[in-house]
Ligand binder design. Structure first.
Ligand code: PAF
Length: 262
């Protein structure tokens, strides 16, 4: 596996038929499932690790975001990646940088509302990475369901011509969606965090038993979440037949979602 730190070397190392997995590192089984999928579907796979400062608000966790490059390098290698692109912030945003990519509609609710400017940062970084790597396909987790929708829209709107592949959320044995931010949880908070997937599963069950009203289902999720004293709801919302939630467990903001349709 080739490790590349500069934009110019990455541009000259590109090749047709490349699969791409953008990440912020501190890789877990969710990321590895994206890398393996890309490896199985493409001639070559590039993974990027870039903790993108532009998608964090000043009061968010950019400085404390978990990092472990040595471990990530060996995980990428084991998963079969061919290229690991690890630019630093000056490489991605050199002095004088002033162009940002933003959407007008899809970023209005959910995480876009709770984290103003977040998706502008995500889209700017992803658009740059798309231009630098020029992949044929790019792989994103369905856990970040709004991010997936936003990236799909941006890719279509700006004619990137890249196939965007959404991949299933990978979960811990108790149901908690894998996330690099799970590392912030104390043992007590980690136990409490299972309430996210439990409340979504509960809604799915109600739906399977005949409840079709999305507002009743969202209320049921809210009520379930409220039974956990360590959980503070940021939002319980829906995008069509997907119920999406963001919940603080202590200071850690976790997201999850479930598709209640078929
Ligand atoms: O999902 C992430 O890890 C990030 O938002 C991404 C897509 C790598 C952009 O920085």
């Amino acid at each position: 596996m080739k490790i590349i730190k500069t934009v110019s070397e990455m541009i000259s190392s590109g090749s047709p038929g490349m699969g791409f997995v953008p990440t912020m590192g501190y890789l877990h089984e969710g990321h590895l499932s994206l890398i393996r999928r890309s490896v199985s579907e493409n001639e070559k796979t590039a993974v990027s690790i870039f903790v993108n400062p532009v998608q964090f608000a000043p009061d968010e966790d950019f400085l404390t975001y978990p990092r472990n490059l040595e471990r990530d390098i060996s995980l990428c290698e084991q998963a079969g990646a061919d290229i690991l692109f690890t630019p630093d912030a000056d490489e991605m945003y050199p002095e004088g940088f002033q162009t940002y990519v933003d959407l007008t509609e899809l970023t209005k609710g959910l995480c876009g509302q709770s984290r103003p400017g977040h998706f502008k940062g995500v889209c700017t970084a992803v658009a740059k990475l798309f231009n630098i790597i020029r992949p044929e396909s790019a792989y994103f987790g369905q856990k970040d369901i709004q991010q997936l929708a936003v990236v799909r829209q941006m890719t279509a709107d700006l004619n990137f011509g890249i196939r965007i592949v959404g991949c299933p959320t990978v979960r811990e044995p108790d149901g908690l969606a894998m996330s690099s931010r799970n590392a912030y949880l104390s043992p007590e908070q980690r136990k409490a965090a299972v309430i996210l997937s439990q409340s979504l599963q509960y809604a799915k069950q109600l739906h399977e038993n005949g409840e079709n009203d999305i507002n009743i289902l969202k209320n049921a999720v809210t009520k379930r979440l409220e039974t956990e004293p360590l959980a503070k709801i940021d939002y319980v919302s829906n995008i069509e037949d997907v119920i999406a939630i963001a919940v603080f467990i202590g200071k850690t903001r976790l997201i999850d979602n479930i598709c209640i349709g078929s």
